[in-house]
Design a protein around this ligand. Structure first.
Ligand SMILES: NC(=O)c1ccc[n+]([C@@H]2O[C@H](COP(=O)([O-])OP(=O)(O)OC[C@H]3O[C@@H](n4cnc5c(N)ncnc54)[C@H](OP(=O)(O)O)[C@@H]3O)[C@@H](O)[C@H]2O)c1
Length: 253
């Protein structure tokens, strides 16, 4: 069984490579930039925007874990049209594993709409698949909201809810799906706790012994409302074990 990991230089891609390097799987990896460490993996260049290199990437692999994504730049082309071309070149694939995001069908955010469209393309293709939606990664929430205090204040929409999960646990879950075979739409993979962003900021201040304060703001609009309502969470599927506090503590060890 040969696995292709796309998005090899990304957060999820790197976590996948880190775990696959000690496995018995034959692994091929792809991205536009070459990862600094490729280990014994074969790396090939491919670009979902120009569609260059796709054939070479999917050639002679059985399973794809698709961790390539472009949320901001050219997202429509990468997430949907490039993805469609990618699927077109992959009729021989026995199992296509697509990491997605909890709540994308309910949250009015353009990138999420595109990912939902991509889920539909995969479902309607003839390729056996597993779609597994995860909640936001710990580092993603931290980088987005809690990395740049302004005049010693984290200015955050403190009442929105998050159920962040450790990327390494999600990576290991995706790898476990390889042997399980195609599951269709699998259970969501949520983090262990649902917290407000204010609570997460408080934890960061406590764990890092910071003197920063929190300024919680409310925002207008449906996007804010859907995160306030926790549409990005799943109260039943709390598969992740590593808490946000443990993630923060591990960083300073
Ligand atoms: N971040 C989260 O909190 C979160 C939560 C749940 C699910 N997910 C899902 O997990 C997956 C991976 O997310 P991530 O956070 O690991 O993303 P990331 O860190 O932004 O990595 C994106 C990867 O995609 C590659 N890429 C970007 N543009 C490309 C293009 N035009 N052609 C080919 N490759 C391209 C990048 O490498 P190069 O630039 O070198 O090509 C990089 O390796 C996504 O499907 C995302 O929706 C993310």
């Amino acid at each position: 069984m040969r696995i292709l990991v796309t998005g090899a230089t990304g957060q999820l891609g790197s976590a996948l490579l880190n775990q696959l390097k000690d496995s018995d799987y034959k692994v091929k990896i792809t991205s536009r930039r070459k990862p600094e460490e490729t280990g014994h993996f074969e790396w090939v260049y491919s670009d979902l925007l120009s569609c260059e290199g796709i054939e070479e990437a999917v050639n002679d692999v059985d399973v794809i874990i698709h961790a390539a994504t472009s949320p901001i730049k050219n997202s429509k082309n990468v997430e949907v049209s490039g993805f469609e071309e990618f699927l077109r070149k992959s009729p021989h694939i026995k199992h296509f594993i697509y990491p997605s995001i909890v709540g994308i069908d309910e949250i009015p955010f353009n990138y999420y709409k595109l990912k939902y469209e991509a889920e539909g393309l995969l479902k309607n293709s003839s390729i056996p698949y597993t779609i597994v939606r995860a909640t936001q990664f710990h580092h993603f929430v931290e980088n987005l909201f809690l990395s740049k205090p302004f005049f010693k204040r984290y200015i955050v929409p403190g009442n929105i809810k998050c159920q962040s999960v450790d990327v390494s646990e999600f990576a290991s879950h995706l790898i476990s799906l390889v042997d399980k075979g195609p599951q269709g739409r699998a259970n969501d993979f949520g983090g262990p706790d649902i917290m407000t962003l204010r609570e997460m900021a408080e934890l960061k201040i406590k764990v890092n012994n910071e003197t920063n304060k929190i300024l919680s703001i409310s925002l207008p609009g449906k996007l804010y409302r859907s995160f306030f309502d926790g549409k990005n969470t799943n109260t039943i599927q709390k598969a992740g074990k590593i808490t946000f506090e443990e993630y923060l503590s591990n960083k300073i060890e």
